[in-house]
Design a protein around this ligand. Structure first.
Ligand code: C2E
Ligand code: MG
Ligand code: MG
Ligand code: MG
Length: 292
């Protein structure tokens, strides 16, 4: 009896594992076919100066709309693309598209606008990364100084390769570097000293309960103070309420990003966002009318 039950359970798990493996393969083959098509496109989310309400920059965020699978969130397909290596061509397209799309915004009266693009560890392993970046900047005419590459801190631990050389190479090209999702995963404070980072992005998980939980408050205060002391620009991700914003302002966090201001939007809506500063006082903060 027990043996039989055991075997059945084994069969059950195997069947489910097969299903999962099949779903993964399906996702992968669909993704492979999506590369270079309009199934993959970018949305942009504003990064807002907490004092003036002006848009300091935009983060490019990849979207995948598949005719069969519907809209697949990046948290599902990016890890998969990393595992199978597809992230290398995808990441190159993302950077090219982002630079190409954002260049006219700089020329339309926003020369200081920062374009933030996420970069995945696998793109670093691929030996041609520095050349790719240089080539894309050349081809699109996008200024290096307006480009900020966001790197998750996990990368720095996991990747062997010549991370030092790579990051210093990017820095030498004039490209800015941001440490993304700071405070999650494998934080090592020594990275902040070792690598030429310009910006630190506090992970959005820290915004949750930031006003209620003493410990969390202390952590956010401390991260902001530390980053500021090191001469880094600080961006808080995932800001959803005016109370969080007020607190961030009070502790000297420069820039905020989150649904409070705007969700990621299609490229066509970006210029309108750049024209009108957001309110940053509790009473007047509301998303610009054009979006709704
Ligand atoms: P991330 O780089 O940390 O990007 C911020 C994520 O937080 C985005 O999710 C954004 O939509 C979301 N977000 C922004 N404000 C708020 C808020 O107020 N509340 C909440 N709950 N969420 C907010 P998204 O677009 O789903 O992207 C998820 C992750 O996928 C990104 O996290 C990034 O790690 C990765 N990703 C997205 N696009 C790319 C890409 O082009 N290349 C690579 N390598 N990774 C990408
Ligand atoms: Mg990011
Ligand atoms: Mg992040
Ligand atoms: Mg993230």
């Amino acid at each position: 009896q027990a043996k039989l039950a055991g075997r059945n359970r084994f069969c059950f798990f195997t069947a489910r594992m097969n299903e999962e493996a099949e779903a993964r393969l399906r996702l992968e083959s669909e993704l492979r076919r999506a590369v270079g098509t309009e199934q993959l496109f970018l949305h942009f989310q504003p990064l807002v100066h907490v004092d003036s309400g002006h848009v300091a920059g935009v983060e490019a965020l990849l979207r995948w709309n598949n005719p069969e699978l519907g809209s697949v969130p990046p948290d599902r397909f990016i890890p998969q693309a990393e595992t199978c290596g597809l992230i290398v061509p995808i990441g190159r397209d993302v950077l090219w598209q982002a630079c190409q799309t954002a260049k006219p915004w700089l020329e339309c009266g926003h020369p200081e606008l920062l374009l933030c693009v996420n970069v995945s560890p696998r793109q670093f392993q691929d030996g041609g990364f520095l050349d790719d970046v240089a080539q894309i900047l050349r081809e699109t005419g996008f200024p290096a100084a307006n480009l900020e590459l966001e790197i998750t801190e996990g990368l720095l631990l996991r990747e062997r390769g010549d991370i030092d050389g790579l990051l210093h190479g990017l820095h030498a090209m004039g490209v800015k570097l941001a440490i993304d999702d700071f405070g999650t995963g494998y934080s090592s404070l020594s990275y902040l000293e070792r690598y030429p980072f310009h910006t630190l992005k506090i992970d959005r998980s820290f915004m949750v309960g930031m006003l209620e939980r003493h410990e969390r408050k202390v952590l956010v205060d401390t991260i902001v103070a530390m980053a500021t002391g090191l001469g880094l620009k600080v961006i808080a991700e995932g800001v959803e309420t005016v109370e969080q914003l007020a607190r961030l302002k009070a502790i000297g966090c420069d820039i905020a990003q989150g649904y409070l201001f705007s969700r990621p939007v299609p490229a066509e809506q970006v210029l309108a966002l750049l024209e009108t500063p957001f309110g940053t006082e509790p009473a007047i903060t509301k998303p610009p009318a054009v979006l709704h």
